[in-house]
Design a protein around this ligand. Structure first.
Ligand code: ADP
Length: 416
């Protein structure tokens, strides 16, 4: 298969992350894929910070006035074809396709999809479900089209798509059923590209077939979610109608009794908007510790100063994850493995050990030496006699977006 260059874009409200990946879209030969360049532009709308990394070189930072997302894409492309990138791209025409991370695909998009006017409109229609994200993703799509022209294919890869296989019994809330029919109130789940990538990588590392795997993946970063994956399909996940539900996160509360909302509105005199913002931005690790939502900083506060609330925040975080592992073991009638990924899952042996602590009865325990000394942050860390394996697998959403993009463009089958 021909090798191609895919530009992967992830557009936020005032940011644009990008990677240029060379791939042939083939998951099997995928290990030959190459990340040629990456970077991000922050503070779009004024004096923006442009960070670029060519290959394995150290990142370089500059500032530039960048008024909108179109100017940001122009900036990215100007850098890619410049000598500074070291890519020797003669012109932007060497970019074969663009893959966009799109947050919400609703029930309409269960797979990555080539973007035409109808799909663009579909993403727009879903703004009411993802008011903070889909509009930015659309800005990225419009910008790439404006700069590269209509001849360069663009593909949307949705955060929700992987979870479209979750059965009704798991995705429905026990609300009046017509609210699901009328407004689409149900569990959608997010981080789908990450859960799907690590599930694929787990099969690749273990040589197991898709049909023969039952795993629980834990994506633990600033946002955090768990996913139950059976035979390659998501059968349940912890994030719900929005990314607020489920695990304790950096600044999000995760699960809570919905009656708390009305109670706080009256006790604290808060509006619904203020409560929503508190649950998303001032809760989680930050809210519990009163210090920070950053796990690395919390761990050092706990270790260096014995901070009680830092410890408490970490304990609540780990306990919630343990409960979800228990729930998903029940949902799938057991599991072969638990897989850690995301900034915390990939980098913190302490948190991995604290989560798995106390589950020896089911044969899930971490070997301290393997856990502490994982080369390249990828591999198995369970005790020799463990019945449930424990793995650490770094996520790579951009790689999956690049592969999906080329599969969609060539009409190849998209594996789940
Ligand atoms: P995002 O969800 O924004 O992509 P990441 O996946 O990069 O975030 O995860 C960020 C989180 O990972 C932060 O809480 C950070 O403190 C944590 N983290 C990164 N490295 C370590 C480490 N060595 N030990 C503990 N936590 C870490």
């Amino acid at each position: 298969m021909a090798r191609v260059k895919i530009l992967v874009l992830n557009a936020g409200s005032s940011s644009l992350k990008f990677q240029l990946i060379e791939t042939d879209g083939d998951a099997i030969a995928g290990s030959t894929d190459r990340r040629l360049a990456r970077g991000q532009i922050d503070r779009i709308g004024g004096a923006a910070i442009v960070t670029t990394t060519a290959g394995d070189a150290p990142p370089s930072k500059t500032t530039a006035i960048i008024r909108d997302h179109t100017a940001a894409v122009e900036q990215v492309l100007a850098w890619l074809v410049s000598e500074a990138s070291g890519l020797a791209l003669s012109r932007i025409g060497e970019i074969d396709a663009v893959g966009h991370r799109v947050v919400h695909g609703g029930e309409r998009f269960g797979h990555s999809t080539r973007i035409d006017e109808e799909v663009r409109k579909g993403i727009e229609d879903l703004i009411e479900l993802a008011p903070l994200h889909n509009p930015n993703n659309l800005r990225g799509i419009a910008a790439a089209r404006a700069v590269l022209g209509p001849a360069v294919p663009q593909v949307a890869v949705f955060d929700t798509a992987f979870h479209q296989t979750i059965p009704e019994s798991a995705f429905l809330y026990a609300l009046p059923y017509q609210l699901y029919r009328r407004h689409g109130v149900r569990r959608y789940g997010f981080h789908g590209t990450s859960h799907r990538y690590v599930a694929y990588r787990y099969r690749q590392l273990t040589g197991r077939s898709r049909e023969d795997t039952r795993i629980i993946t834990l994506h633990l970063g600033n946002g955090a979610s768990a996913c139950a994956i059976s035979a390659g399909r998501s059968v349940d996940t912890s994030m719900g109608f929005t990314p607020l539900e489920g695990l304790v996160m950096g600044t999000r509360s995760g699960d809570l009794d919905p009656a708390i909302v009305e109670f706080l509105a009256s006790k604290e005199g808060l509006t619904l908007g203020e409560i929503d913002s508190m649950l998303n931005k001032q809760s989680g690790l930050l809210g519990l510790s009163g210090l920070t939502g950053d796990m690395r900083d919390l761990l050092s506060e706990e270790a260096e100063h014995g901070d009680r609330r830092a410890r408490l925040a970490i304990d609540v975080f780990c306990y919630r994850i343990r409960k979800y592992i228990g729930a998903y073991l029940a949902a799938m009638n057991g599991a072969d493995a638990v897989v850690f990924t995301g900034g915390i899952g990939e980098n913190s042996p302490t948190i991995r050990a604290r989560i798995c602590n106390g589950m020896e009865w089911l044969g899930l325990s971490v070997d301290p030496l393997r856990n502490a000394g994982l080369p390249g942050n990828e591999g198995q860390i369970h005790a020799e006699d463990g019945r449930v394996a424990v793995w650490v697998i770094p996520t790579d959403e951009e790689l999956l977006i690049a592969r999906d993009t080329w599969r969609v463009v060539t009409g190849a089958e998209i594996p789940s």
